[in-house]
Design a protein around this ligand. Structure first.
Ligand code: 5CA
Length: 449
């Protein structure tokens, strides 16, 4: 993409109503624009990151054997009356009337609708296990929408639903989700710690939230510092292997890690004192096992091996896709702007031409652009006729992990400058070596050709 042709409405000043850094940078980098409280338009740069995150979620869901569907955002109230949640959900549920005076609602989550799809089409235990998921806009009429995409009213969420014959099978689905979420977040450059939580309006007994530690997080968390040493890495997981998934689940949840809702002072006191930590965390996902709560209320049964109708065991599993942009920025930024992890960056490298119009500099930039593109990467070339300082400031603000700076002086010596956004360190390399290095770094993340 040529910056001169892009739509990147950066702001010099931070808007006054933005109090946390991710919100400020998302506005300043021209990623989002508020349309009303807690509701945003996604401008090109923000939309690109949203799609990168969505793509990682899809890939990891596929790896775990889950099947993508898409359900409507507007649903009939009748299904919600069957489960009892039409009234129980309270003021966060946006209730709507259509022209025929039918009660409708904007989906805050989709347990009812997916259970209706299941009961209409699945009759036998032989079709199980089954996990259906979607990535879809949700609406919750939050009392205090704030912090930009962190607590929106309209937000983008991955919601998945497992259907299993027995509790044991459903607990495997729970563990499988936990494992696949660990991998999903790590690909985004995040450490998200599973913590025992409270189930709220979704219901059920077993639930874990995934928290990214950050000072601006809305949850207070208590944990054993040893949990932050755990990494998922490139483990080879067979998601159908019950014991393997249970083993990983055990490994990542046996140390003390809880949100304030489930915090237990006595258990916490048993953690070695020098490892007791209290911090803030951003909830980027939550998994639930709620057994037959919805299947019994809505008659979602299958014929079991004994020929008898059996209500299915279910759970639901969410990832805050749009919230993740905020969480990633909270976890990865400095005073100049965002520092995108390679896995989610909107563009893979920025090319800064120090002397637009100089024949050699223009030719070198065009060649770099072409080589990176041919390698399956997306560069952003700042080809504007602007001061170098302004170009650097924009690149730092939008946070591309790698910047190649091209100027006539360096080119006389056959070199360009490659700068890491994260460390700020630069090295002089031939243009070919700079491209090769960037290609190699992204290849390690499975990105590029
Ligand atoms: N049905 C279940 C699982 S799909 C469910 O709705 N879970 S949830 O309520 O925990 O939401 C899933 C994730 O969506 C949360 O972990 C959070 O990351 C994100 N989320 C929830 N509310 C908001 C909001 N108002 N703004 C942005 N993200 C949100």
């Amino acid at each position: 993409m040529l910056l001169s042709r892009y739509f990147l409405p950066v702001l010099k000043e931070s808007p006054r109503d933005a109090t946390i850094v991710s919100h400020q940078y998302m506005l300043r980098a021209g990623m989002i624009k508020q349309s009303s409280a807690g509701i945003y338009s996604w401008l090109p740069l923000g939309f690109k990151v949203l799609k990168r995150i969505e793509q990682i979620v899809h890939e990891e869901q596929a790896r775990a054997g889950h099947i993508a569907i898409q359900m409507p955002t507007i649903q009939s109230a009748d299904l919600w009356r069957e489960s009892g949640r039409y009234d129980a959900y309270g003021d966060e549920l946006l209730r709507i009337k259509d022209r025929h005076d039918n009660d409708m609602l904007f989906t805050p989550t989709a347990e009812e609708l997916v259970t209706d799809i299941f009961r209409s089409h699945v009759a036998s235990y032989k079709s199980l296990p089954l996990t259906l998921y979607q990535i879809q806009w949700k609406f919750r009429d939050e009392r205090r929408p704030r912090f930009g995409v962190m607590r929106g009213r309209e937000f983008y969420m991955k919601d998945g639903y497992n259907f299993d014959l027995t509790k044991e099978d459903a607990l495997h689905a729970y563990n499988r989700h936990l494992v696949s979420y660990l991998r999903t977040y790590e690909r985004m450059g995040l450490q998200a710690i599973p913590m025992r939580a409270d189930s709220g309006p979704i219901g059920g007994d077993d639930t874990h939230e995934f928290l990214v530690l950050a000072d601006t997080g809305e949850s207070e968390v208590f944990y054993d510092s040893a949990v932050t040493d755990l990494t998922f890495g490139d483990r080879d997981i067979d998601y159908s292997d019950v014991e393997q998934c249970a083993g990983v689940m055990q490994e990542f949840t046996e140390l003390y890690a809880r949100t304030d809702e489930t915090h237990d002072a006595d258990l916490f006191a048993a953690v070695p004192e020098d490892r007791q930590r209290t911090a803030r965390g951003i909830e980027v996902g939550q998994i639930f096992y709620f057994g037959t709560k919805y299947s019994e209320a809505m008659g979602a049964t299958v014929q079991g091996p004994d020929g008898k109708p059996t209500p299915v065991h279910m759970g639901s599993h969410g990832i805050g896709v749009s919230r993740l942009l905020g969480a990633i920025i909270e976890a990865s930024h400095d005073d100049k702007g965002i520092i995108w992890p390679e896995g989610v960056t909107p563009f893979h490298a920025g090319i800064v031409n120090l002397k637009q119009g100089d024949e050699d500099a223009d030719a070198a930039c065009n060649a770099l652009y072409e080589q990176l593109t041919n390698a399956g990467l997306e560069p952003l070339y700042d080809d504007r006729n602007e001061r170098a300082g302004g170009k650097f400031a924009t690149m730092d603000l939008i946070g591309l992990p790698w910047r190649i700076t091209v100027g006539p002086r360096g080119l006389k010596n056959g070199v360009v400058e490659l700068t890491s956004r994260k460390t700020g360190t630069s090295e002089e390399l031939t243009p070919e070596a700079a491209v090769a290095k960037i290609v190699e770094i992204y290849a390690a993340h499975g990105i590029g050709k």
